[in-house]
Design a protein around this ligand. Structure first.
Ligand code: ZN
Ligand code: ZN
Length: 338
């Protein structure tokens, strides 16, 4: 057994990544050690890289799109085994004792554990994870394919399946980037009449290839009006990084329709009258917990949902991170760990 591990850590906010050797950690009670095989790079890793999240202790290892294999378990761990294939996402586990946990809102646990933020994440050969943060990874899924599903995937999958939309309903996905290209696939496979919305005519072929029945180019048409011609959207999954784009499509909601905001834009303008008259709503959605990740991975295997990735070795973390930040990646950046 190796006595050291390699991590790509951030020494202080906005500092470059440093690849360092650390002593191999031993998992304590309630935790497992994971030999990381792949880790996706998410835009939310900027929280750690730039110190945008309150209370981060540095040095810190980012990474919450983790896929790997358990290689050691804590002394009291009985439900996980060495050799088991697993993933870890944004939700870094929960206590099971606080009031939100007692009400079943595990995602809102007051301990606020977040992988790669409150404890070291997957930009590493190894990491320690609380067992409440660990999801089973199906055998049929390669680690680099599973990794982006642990944040971009679960967020879109879980938002859509909790949107209230039913098979056959019109569901729109706004934005065709890292989140949107998965959202369109999930929506289509869930049996929704899926409408992809983005800017420019060039994305039409991709949208159709991903499973969209209709593509709306916001440069050419009023997407809200077009959705109304289809009967209105029971749900709009708003992944875009522009508040203006989100505000512009709200007119496309059906009666009782919901716009689920998963892109963290600065602000959003809302027209109250259509909300009131049509009992429409606009709500946020947070990814989910480990069991939701498991459902995401299983659904993806069974229904052939696949993230399109650009891969880099861990040693090229700086290039990989810059590629994610550029917004040019098609569509998720994943580091593979040898
Ligand atoms: Zn993320
Ligand atoms: Zn709790």
């Amino acid at each position: 057994m190796a006595t050291t591990m390699r991590v790509a850590q951030v020494g202080r906010p906005k500092a470059p990544f440093e690849i360092v050797e650390r002593p191999m950690p031993t998992p304590g009670p309630g935790t497992v050690r994971i030999a990381v095989q792949a880790c996706g790079i998410c835009h939310s890793d900027t929280f750690t890289k730039d110190g945008l999240f309150p209370g981060i202790a540095y040095p810190r290892v980012p990474g919450h799109e983790v896929a790997g294999v358990i290689d050691a378990i804590g002394p009291d761990v009985t439900n996980w085994k060495v050799g088991q294939r697993v993933g870890v996402g944004w939700n870094g586990g929960y206590c099971g004792k606080c009031d939100p946990c007692r009400r079943g809102d595990l995602f809102a646990c007051i301990t606020g554990q977040v992988t790669g933020i409150t404890f070291d994440g997957g930009y590493a050969t190894h990491m320690i994870a609380p067992i409440s943060a660990v999801a089973r990874m199906p055998d049929a899924l390669a680690p680099a394919d599973a990794a982006p599903l642990m944040c971009a995937g679960i967020t879109t999958f879980n938002a859509l399946r909790n949107s209230g939309a039913r098979p056959g309903d019109v569901v729109a996905v706004l934005g065709l980037g890292g989140l949107g290209h998965l959202g369109v696939q999930f929506a289509a496979r869930m049996g929704f009449h899926t409408v992809a919305i983005a800017r420019g005519p060039d994305k039409s072929a991709l949208a159709k290839e991903l499973g969209a029945a209709v593509y709306l180019d916001t440069k050419a048409v009023d997407a809200g009006a077009e959705l109304q011609k289809l009967g209105g959207a029971a749900a709009i999954l708003a992944t875009a990084t522009s508040g203006e784009a989100m505000s512009a499509v709200q007119g496309g909601l059906a009666i009782n329709g919901t716009m689920l905001v998963i892109g963290a834009v600065d602000s959003l303008s809302v027209s109250p009258l259509p909300l009131i008259l049509g009992r429409r709503s606009i709500k946020g959605w947070s990814a989910g917990t480990a069991i939701d990740s498991e459902d995401t991975l299983t659904f993806s295997v069974r229904n052939r949902v696949r993230s399109m990735n650009e891969t880099f070795p861990l040693e090229r973390v700086e290039d990989a991170y810059a590629r994610m930040l550029s917004g040019e990646a098609r569509f998720r950046v994943v580091m593979t760990i040898a």
